[in-house]
Design a protein around this ligand. Sequence first.
Ligand code: PMP
Length: 392
Amino acid sequence: MKQLSKKGYLSETARNIKPSGIRKFFDLANEMDDVISLGVGEPDFVTSWNVCEAAYAAMESGYTAYSANAGLLELRQAISKYLDSQFHVNYQADKEIIVTTGASQAIDIAFRALIDPGDEVLIAEPGFVAYAPIVQLAGGVPVPIETTAENEFKLTADQLEKRINEKTKIVLLCFPNNPTGATLEQEELKQLARVICRHDLLVLSDEIYAELSYDRPHYSIARLPEMRERTIIISGFSKAFAMTGWRLGYLAGPEQFLQAMLKIHQYTMMCAPTIAQHGALEALVNGREDVERMVASYRQRRNYFVKASNQIGLPCHRPGGAFYAFPSIRKTGLSSEQFAEQLLKEEKVAVVPGAVFGEGGEGHIRCSYAASMENLQIAIERIGRFVQKRIL
Ligand code: PMP
């Protein structure tokens, strides 16, 4: 057989993209017994039974073929109704909504449809690990804006204004935020919107944690005057409906943008999984009680974990949403990577080093409290013991 020559086959883009910093800890944790994982960013609930049944029924009825490119019309209609009733934003099912393979794919096609080479995308950090690589894959330049614990990791209009230049095209907002749990209120969004309109920018608003808002209802930036026309909402079923493995998300936004995204979706994905779409339809039509039950449970665990974290010497602001606590570990003198590695080896608790979430993440760890109360209590005990030995 002929050997491959020594020339570089991989594209420059592929060579330059860094693997996710979270993976390494999962691999380490998986090799050990008795590990309590606060590392994964997903619900600890299984998908509701009626949703699973709807997917079984779809298979039994032979709905096993492709759906329309943009997704089952019935599902898009249900998403349209849901966005209106829960968040008071209006999108037409036939032109302004695309069902995607997870919010991940929604982010990918949105950026690919909007970015020309060299366009800059402003990203509040610490932020979801996929944003910057996806921007780069689309040929854009991610520009981080550091948010800080002192300001509860909220992005301010001042911080935004300072990073805008003639190459800036898009602002990516993710509130409630992964990994900080930060939320933005209507007044705070208004301040951002003023800057965004003045500089004629677009917004990609990742609202996948919208339902998981514990202190006040989520407010979408698309509700503000003049913002609907320049905002694309990204959301999905993974978090609120405990459906991470179903791989279903969606985009909602003005027709001119969504139709361009649909072209990319058509060729690269064809459509989101049809069977999963039937499950998602059931989740929207009959899932309200389950969502509320899960949200109440996360809220209770948030209250416990944040209080306990402060008590054991890891100062933590009170996150308004998502299911992450992002305490400071500065007092220990360790880097976030050292902290996570040593904690895993000594006390068998897996957390994610804050540094993997970009600017402003160092000096913190991300703990997902989507774990059983019992495990959270054991984890707190173990982390407390670990921290006691190191407090400076
Ligand atoms: N956005 C954020 C902020 C996330 O945290 C995640 C998942 N961790 C996603 C998007 C992707 O979600 P999905 O499972 O729908 O692809």
